[in-house]
Design a binder for this molecule. Sequence first.
Ligand SMILES: [Zn+2]
Length: 159
Amino acid sequence: IPKRETKKIKRFQEDIRDRNFLVNQGIIYTYMSNYTNSPCAACKFLRRKCTSDCVFAPYFPPEEPTKFANVHRIFGASNVSKILQEVAPHQREDAVNSLAYEAEARLKDPVYGCVGAISVLQRQVLRLQRELEETNADLMRYAGCLGGETTSAYGGRRG
Ligand SMILES: [Zn+2]
């Protein structure tokens, strides 16, 4: 093989590697799904034709079938489509991601859904605040034991 050809092959391999990296990072999902012309995950799931103006296509790439399946099961495809149309285009991706998060949480925990996760975190915050208060109190006691010329736990000079 001529040297120029091996160089070309090497560059091609690097391109593929870069593209795979971007796909893995979720950066060019939309690009890939439009590029391959395969129906988006929503249209595939609903067994309908995916047109170029499909409202779901930019947010439900065929590579992530469960994302749509979860959202559809909890909210229903027509509600999701309505929500997307009511939201400004630049906020649609965030809206879809939050719907996907909520749907997944509700499937895992049908009673509390996201609220379950929030209350677990709130309890954790309370527990950590108590722990911090106790540790600060210990520090103050320890500083007190060392006597007169010490500083408080907050670095301020005492007395
Ligand atoms: Zn579609």
